[in-house]
Structures are given as structure tokens and as C-alpha cells.
Design a binder for this molecule. Sequence first.
Ligand SMILES: C[S@@+](CC[C@H](N)C(=O)[O-])C[C@H]1O[C@@H](n2cnc3c(N)ncnc32)[C@H](O)[C@@H]1O
Length: 503
Amino acid sequence: MTGPSEPQGDRSRGGGRPTGGQRGERPGRRGEGTSREGRFGADRRDRRPVRPAVDLPRHVAYQAIAAVHRDDAYANLVLPAMLRDEGLTGRDAAFATELTYGTLRHTGTLDAIITDAAGRDVQRIDPPVRDALRLGAYQLLHTRVPAHAAVSSTVDLVRTVGPGATGFANAVLREVATRDVDGWVAKLAPSAETDPIGHLALAYSHPQWIVRAFAEALGGDLGETARLLIEDNERPPVHLCARPGLADPVELADEVGGAPGAFSPYAVYLSGGAPGELAAVAEGRAHVQDEGSQLVANVLATAPLDGPDGRWLDLCAGPGGKAGLLGALAAQRGARLTAVEVAEHRARLVTQATRGLPVTVLNTDGRTVGADPKLPEGHFDRVLVDAPCTGLGSLRRRPESRWRRRPSDLPPLTRLQRELLTAALRAVRPGGLVGYVTCSPHTVETHVTVTEASRRAGFPIDFVDARPLLPAGMPGLGDGPTVQLWPQRHGTDAMFMALLRRG
Ligand SMILES: C[S@@+](CC[C@H](N)C(=O)[O-])C[C@H]1O[C@@H](n2cnc3c(N)ncnc32)[C@H](O)[C@@H]1O
């Protein structure tokens, strides 16, 4: 079951706990790191790159996980590049993706388990060995990979990335394999009765402050909070938006082998594959966009409005998903969209995403409304503020994000959200509409921001009930007037929307 040169004797030292692998431990224990070096025709002594003694999908997954932790990389950016570079496709690519995303999502719980199995804090294990152990423990606890394969492949990996720690890795993983994930949760999680947040955090691998924020946004319903956490750990669905006037969703579903969405009139659910390679996307007939994002953009575009309706504004437009949909709707309605984005490279993405549509892209700060002649006060009929936020509503799409975000991110973000919403309320004409949207259900970013900004607006603001503007029969929309969409209720990201009318 174990790597070829690994004695099990390590377990007998240190009171049955595995040894080695701590920070600073130098590789090169006697008898280690020699048995397989020649396997791919390279010898460490000649300094040529050594092909890791592990299969390519696991090698790629390890490299992606290490890049996330070592370089602060984003898995959804580095992994596709690595798959491409290594020529991994089909089932191999799917396996590497599953290992990378799964390991990153479950890092919190895996670390608690590894800490217990190793008898020392996971933070004291050398980073390369730590990442290999996470990958191995993930396979043991969350996949159908046979235990012997999970252990031996991880030991093979450690032989390359931390050769002094192969015995340690072997022993830790053997200890991890003594229980299934439920057994580990039963052993390590705080009691659900006395510490329900701590219990959910460990059981479903989220930081406690995020679990607390979700529970609060869900009115204290811990059962539903658990269902949300489970959704965050699943592979997210991929949705297309069939651009109105350019594609019919039923025909597009046939074309791409998907299915029309349940709620958005433009949504197509994809069952797999690479959406970026679809002809419809390349030709600008469709774009990749979560159904929830489609719904909130559509609410703003279709809410009843008296008077002129030709000037639309998207104050936070990059990379251009909602601007793409609003631009297509504007084309049908004889309107024009001004799309503002402060980051230059993201403004370029908006330009690409809205090519051929009646959209003017401005690379500027949305808070310059009134100061920038292209953003006059009281000028626009419909304004979208899709505010920069913690993104806690789309954790399933960014597997490392939950571990990077901090509660201290909230004050600067909420200040910016208030300033942008205030700018939007200045930009809209009397009687016009502002849609405030976040991809976060955190109440500080949603209700608190909206209440504060409208209280300080200096003119009357009415809340418009957004619920009737969503498709009939959509369940679980709450008491209004704002709406909060949820993965566990609607299959969408957790988008929040408040619809405001300037008096
Ligand atoms: C949540 S994203 C918007 C997503 C976009 N609406 C879409 O659907 O693709 C928020 C965007 O606001 C931009 N942003 C941040 N501060 C800004 C500011 N002061 N003015 C304009 N844009 C800003 C960010 O760079 C980011 O691209």
C-alpha cells in the first residue's frame, strides 16, 4: 500500500504519532529520495527538471493548489492554463479539476483532520508537504479513489516535493484513512447543540464568520444554512445567457446540448464542456453568466418606468456580464447603455463583451458622477450598481476565496458600496430607477448599505418591490421589497437586489 522504500516504523516513534515534515526539516534522510528518481529518466544530481513520480492529473492538481497557497493565485485562472500546458483533456482534466477544487474547498476541514492525524498543527508542516497531504486526505475522504492509491500516490508526490517527509506523509495518511469524513467530523467538530456555528464550520469547511453571516441572512435557520454550505462545496453549474434579439434560448439549448433555464427567460443550463469554445459565445450570441445575474439585470431593465427610458447606466460594469445583457435589451428598446469601470483591463473586457451593442464604455471612477461631464447628475433613467463586494454569494465558483476573505474586508468595501450607491442615486433622474446588486448575502453589504445610502441621499427614495418583477412562481423570495437569491433555493449564486426609485 505504501511507497516502496517507506518503512512503517515512523509511526512507532513519537508515541505512535507520525514524525517529520515540520517546517525547516531538511530532506535527505537516509534511504529516502533515491528509489524512484530515475523513473522518468532524470536524476536529481544532474539538475535537469525531474518529472514528478506521480500521474499527470495529480501532479497538475498539486501544482495548482501550491500556486494558490504560495503565490496567492486564483485556481480558476491557474488551473486552466496548467491543463492546457500539460495537454490534459477529457477525464484526466476533469479529475485534476475535481482534485484541485475539492481540496481547496475542503481545506479547513482537511487541515483540522491532518492536525489531529499528525499530532501537530498543520501550519507547522512544510508548505509543499502540507499541500500534498491535503490532496491525499481529500482523495481519501471525498473521492472513490482506493485508499492504497490515495496514500501511495501522495507519498510518491512527497518524494519529489519534500523528500525528507515521505515516512511522515505515509503515516499521516494512514491515520487519516482510519475514519471516513463523518467519523472525523464526529471526533473533531464542536457539539451542534452548544456551538452550532462551530459545528457547521468544521463539518462543511467554511470559516466561522462566514457561517455566522449566512445564518443571519437566512434568519437563523441553521438547517438551511447547512444546505447552503453543502451547495458551496459542489461543482457549480454553468449557465449561458442567450442574448435577447441575438439568440433564442430553446434553440441555443439544442445547439449546445443544454437545457433552457428554470427562471431567467434567457438562461441555458450547460451540462459540461468548455463554454468558451462554443460558437454561440465566440459569435456574441450568448455569454457565460449565472442565472441569478441575468435575473437581477432583467428586473432593472423591465421594471415599470414613467417618462423617458433611453439612458441606461451600469456604474460597475467589469468584466461586462450584466452590461452584455443590458446592452442587448437596450438595443431592442432603442436605449443606450453607458458602462463605467474603474479598472483599465476590466474596462477593456467590457468593451469586448459589448461589441456590436449600443454601449459606451467609460474607464473612470463611478463616484465621479456630477464631476465628470459624461456622467451628469439627474441624467439617467435606469442605473445599475453591481457593487464590488466580498463575493460570499459565489463561493462555489472560487474555491479558495472563503479562506482569503476576512471580516476586515467589510468596512472598506461597505464604504465603497455606499459611495457608489450614493453616486447612482445622484445620477438617476427624478422618477428613475436604481438597482443595487451584490453577489453577497452579508447583511452589512446588502440591507445596511442600502438603508444607509438611501437615508443620506438628500432626496426621497422609495423601495420598489422587486419580487413581482421576477418570474411567476419563483419560490422563497421572502417578504420583499428586496430579493435575495440562493444556491440552495434557486440554483443561482446568492445575488441580492434592492430596487430604488428616486422621488
Ligand atoms: C461585482 S463587479 C461587477 C460585475 C459586472 N457587473 C458583471 O456583471 O460582469 C464590480 C466591479 O466594480 C468595479 N469597481 C470598483 N470600484 C469602482 C469604482 N469606484 N467605479 C467604477 N467601478 C468600480 C470593479 O473593478 C469590478 O469590476
